[in-house]
Design a protein around this ligand. Structure first.
Ligand SMILES: [Zn+2]
Length: 496
């Protein structure tokens, strides 16, 4: 049994300032062949989960073809999207025929002129392999699932944790279902239900209510006879596309009605709890007062508006400016600023510098902050973290990176590439021990929790402005469905 593994992972924020150009994709890495195995096999990503099926199942060969993963940012340019899809499709043709195809994709990719970029890839893969070769995909919990995706897939599984710590397990489950499909042990039927419903970022944690209860409903549906898999998909609200929103997927053996009923029941449960999907974060000053007053640290301030994992640039200074104004010291954080990194590298470790940091992208993410301080480290920004982190990633590359301790008590990790705050090692890399930091500002909402919850005295969701603001009323949508909850609060919907 020969199974191809290929795909791209891109969560596209249509409100983000930086597009995913072909250069950006190349910098992130468009990997081919065995190089994919080298980079991902030891991780806990969905790619690793697919590859693990090859090791587990007798007589199954997993063949990695092309894989590209990029930090969430704006939509791909049409040049980048065409380049990626063309290369993927060409490798499928060259190396075929196939018994099955496995796609480790995100599900919220958007390209210029192509609002459903994942659907476009899946449709074109189907065009190559034909109707009889099963295709399976594993999606991120933040996928905006389209009818096109489902129409051309045989099997789909979705991460069911946020932070995402089950990518590997979901991919392995998908591969097992695909293997059983190829051996004609099952004949999967898919159902997709898409109520007009979005969930705000502050209510997306899967260990918290209301999401924990909703996932419990999905797990009980999954236990019914004939049901192979049931997924809650939170959706990605920062994409102005028709598919934006929550969705519910079920896979059943041979029976459309069983699949549809399972997906309907979970969707109905979600709709009934929709008022709980609206939540608010804590204002910046209040969050800083709480952090400063805490008896023990570190208090982790989750900078929602500059959530790099949702497509923000990582150089927001709103919290830094407020901390300076309020006299809060002992604050450590990452900040994307390649210009400042160069200045620090020139000064060298131990050198004193006066410079502006952050706030370079646009006004939504704040203005530059003038600082004076000492360079504490200069590194290539590469490190490994074998502990559980969001998405199961193990190898990180933040580009040239510098540590800067400012005279007013901030420890800044200045990076060349935008990187979400996922790992304690991001601080240790520049000699800062995160356990000893009174306050850590993390550029993320749920994703930092896997790495930082073990040491945090408290985590506070902070209502900062930006291209990933918790307040969805700050975004202008032209393409989303209308009416839709919570944008139009009186929206009506009922399951079939
Ligand atoms: Zn996600």
């Amino acid at each position: 049994m020969r199974l191809a593994v290929l795909g791209f992972s891109h969560e596209a924020n249509t409100f983000a300032p930086v597009p995913a150009t072909l250069d950006q994709w190349r910098r992130a890495g468009i990997l081919e062949g065995e190089r994919i195995r080298d980079v991902y096999e030891a991780s806990r990503t969905s790619v690793a989960g697919f590859l693990a099926y090859g090791a587990e199942a007798h007589g199954v060969e997993l063949i990695p073809l092309v894989y590209a993963r990029i930090t969430p940012m704006g939509p791909s340019t049409s040049e980048a999207h065409e380049h990626l899809v063309t290369r993927m499709v060409a490798s499928l043709v060259d190396r075929g025929p196939w018994d099955g195809v496995l796609l480790p994709i995100h599900g919220a990719a958007v390209a210029e002129g192509c609002p459903d970029a994942d659907g476009d890839l899946i449709r074109r893969v189907r065009g190559i392999v034909g109707p009889d070769v099963p295709i399976g995909a594993t999606l991120d919990l933040h996928a905006n699932v389209s009818r096109t995706m489902v129409d051309h897939l045989d099997v789909v599984t979705v991460y069911q944790t946020n932070p995402h710590v089950d990518a590997y397990e979901q991919a392995l489950a998908c591969a097992r279902l695909l293997g059983r499909t190829i051996r004609a042990e099952i004949r999967p039927r898919l159902a997709l239900v898409t109520p007009p419903l979005a969930v705000t970022i502050v209510r997306q944690g899967t260990d918290d209510e209301p999401m924990a209860s909703l996932l419990a409903v999905a797990r009980s549906e999954e236990a019914r006879p004939g049901v192979l898999s049931v997924s809650v998909v939170e959706g990605f609200p920062y994409a102005d596309v028709p598919e934006m929103g929550m969705s519910f997927l079920a896979v059943a053996d041979r029976d459309d009605a069983i699949a549809r009923a399972a997906a309907d029941r979970v969707a109905r449960a979600a709709w009934e709890m929709r008022a709980e999907f609206v939540g608010e974060a804590v204002p910046v000053d209040e969050a800083l007062f709480r952090a400063a007053a805490a008896l023990a640290g570190p208090v982790v301030l989750l900078d929602i508006g500059d959530n790099v994992g949702g497509g923000s640039p990582g150089d927001s200074t709103h919290i830094l400016h407020a901390a300076r104004r309020l006299g809060v010291r002992g604050l450590a954080q990452l900040l994307t600023d390649p210009v400042a990194v160069s200045r620090c590298a020139e000064a060298g470790v131990g050198g004193r510098v006066s410079l502006d940091v952050g706030g370079r992208t646009d006004d939504r993410h704040g203005t530059p902050l003038a600082v004076t301080g000492v360079v504490t480290a200069v590194t290539d920004g590469r490190f490994e973290d074998p502990t559980p982190t969001h998405g199961g990633v193990r190898s990180y590359d933040m580009g040239p990176t510098a540590g800067l301790r400012t005279d007013d008590g901030f420890d800044l990790v200045l990076t060349s590439v935008a990187e979400a705050t996922h790992s304690q090692e991001q601080f240790r890399l520049v000699g800062v021990e995160p356990r000893e930091c009174p306050v850590i500002v993390a550029k993320g909402v749920h994703s930092p929790r896997a790495g930082f919850e073990p040491i945090a005295a408290e985590l506070i969701q902070v209502a900062t402005p930006g291209s990933t603001s918790a307040d969805l009323s700050t975004f202008r949508y032209a393409r989303r469905r209308r009416p839709m909850f919570p944008f139009e609060p009186t929206t009506q919907w009922s399951a079939r």
